[in-house]
Design a protein around this ligand. Structure first.
Ligand code: FES
Ligand code: FES
Length: 151
């Protein structure tokens, strides 16, 4: 048994320590907002926060995050998260949506660390989040919009 703290709640999970966090989230806890894309830390679809930092849950073993605060897209809260969600809606960022929970999780970390990122800083920070639909311009614009609303 492993105990994980996810979105502020403790969950007892019957899992081996080397099971990927993404599997536990989706298959054991039915938290399907976090997506499976590549499975090898190359696309960002599975991004969650571990102690406030972005982590690829497909490549994070549950044994390594015992005792950490894990946040998924279902549990985001606070003024930065709200600003990002509002900007995403206002600018209609989403196309198919598959990558977007990962994009939002990364954008929240970026704006928590840098409240006025430049285009280059956004590109550098978000480059690990792939969007097959090519919504990159709208993502950039929404991050600027969220930054403006936080100023
Ligand atoms: S599914 Fe984890 S980075 Fe692609
Ligand atoms: S919105 Fe379709 S993959 Fe990004």
């Amino acid at each position: 048994m492993i105990t994980l703290t996810i979105n502020g709640q403790n969950h007892e999970i019957d899992a081996e320590p080397d099971m990927p966090l993404l599997w536990v989230l989706r298959d054991r806890l039915n938290m399907t907002g976090t997506k499976f894309g590549c499975g090898v830390a190359q696309c960002g679809a599975c991004t969650v926060h571990v102690d406030g930092e972005s982590r690829r849950s497909c490549s994070t073993m549950v044994g390594d995050v015992v005792g950490s605060e894990i946040t998924t897209i279902e549990g985001i809260d606070g003024k930065v998260a709200k600003a990002v969600q509002t900007a995403w809606q206002k600018l209609d960022v989403v196309q198919c949506g598959y990558c977007q929970s990962g994009q939002i999780m990364s954008a929240i970390v970026l704006l928590s660390e840098n409240q006025k990122p430049s285009d280059d800083e956004i590109n550098a920070s978000m480059e690990g989040n792939i969007c097959r639909c090519g919504t990159y311009q709208r993502i950039r614009a929404a991050i600027h919009e969220a930054a403006k609303s936080l100023a």
